[in-house]
Design a protein around this ligand. Sequence first.
Ligand SMILES: Cc1cc2nc3c(=O)[nH]c(=O)nc-3n(C[C@H](O)[C@H](O)[C@H](O)COP(=O)(O)O)c2cc1C
Length: 375
Amino acid sequence: MHNTLCDVYGIDAPIFAFSHSPAVVLAVTQAGGFGVLGAAGMEPEQLDQALQMLTRACRGKSFGIDLIIPEQYVGREEGGLSLEKLQSLIPQGHRDFLDGLLDDYHVPRQHASLSLASRAGTGISEKRGKELVDIALAYPVKLIVNALGVPPAYIIERAHQQGVLVGALVGAVKHAVHQKEAGVDLIIAQGFEAGGHTGEIASMVLTPQVVDAVAPIPVLTAGGVASGRQMAAALALGAQGVWTGSVWLMTEEAETHPVVKEKFLRATSSDTLRSRASTGKPARQLRSAWTDAWEDLANPRPLPMPLHSLLTMDAQQSIQQDALQGGEGGKKLINYFVGQSVGMFDQIRPAAAVYQEMKEECETTLKRIGQLANG
Ligand SMILES: Cc1cc2nc3c(=O)[nH]c(=O)nc-3n(C[C@H](O)[C@H](O)[C@H](O)COP(=O)(O)O)c2cc1C
């Protein structure tokens, strides 16, 4: 199981765990894997607090952070627009449609805090990304990853000056080549099956092509990996490890909404779709009345990033609250990002147990396949 990536990242098995929950990142890191904290959407103070906790509790073990600084979003050319300007770009027809949707499902209104609004509207700007990176570099972070595009040169330079590695998620070979040219140290080839923003090519097809295109840069397979057998398949495709997201949503440590956890337990692999319904960019998520409404061509189309998150944040907050209080409307509408592996989830377990089982099953699988090769 031990390979070069394990030496570079100080881990027992090349399992990278992406999570927005600091407790998951901690549990996986302590168990011997590499935890990566999803920092997109965090306030600088929130990230600072989480990194303080992780630094203290991980006791010398390293971990990473993940950002979303897209190559394309409304206001990128201007370096990010103000919240007021972004608000003014949202058409009234979209606001009316959302109001009607919540009325139809009898969801009482909540208003998102100003801080949530600022995160929804300006949380993906390059300016915010720089702020978060400056904070992260004051801690023993080993890896900074960016999604939805090449990380800004500033981030690559600042990280490299401090010996911190830089990774990037890609969904197509040409994107992987751009990342290599920009000087990225780790490529995460994310297939169609994955939860969250994802492209159109399945992991089985994407991984070997990306491995060949960016060699000798190490590649991780992301998308559809929730077990040791799937991890072994990724290694067989030429990846040096796996980058996992959905599987951690079903751990005891995860801050997943309880109604979402229940829905995931019941869902099959056919119950997700790739839709612009949640952020404005195509992202795999659980199908619900929310995605049905946004997919219906009779309704307004989702807005580009970050206008869609800004438009929907009050509604999302209202839906989550209603679902928590047992409201039928909220329960029908609520959804979350998750990959096709959702069909494999039948219990909620400690993150360390998930890590251990994935590692052991991968080892057993590799031995079984090794025996085949030896006749
Ligand atoms: C709930 C959720 C939120 C995600 N948010 C991000 C994110 O903020 N940044 C990012 O780079 N990837 C994000 N992703 C994608 C993961 O990093 C990872 O690539 C993906 O989950 C791998 O596929 P899997 O879900 O099949 O394990 C998210 C995935 C999920 C399920």
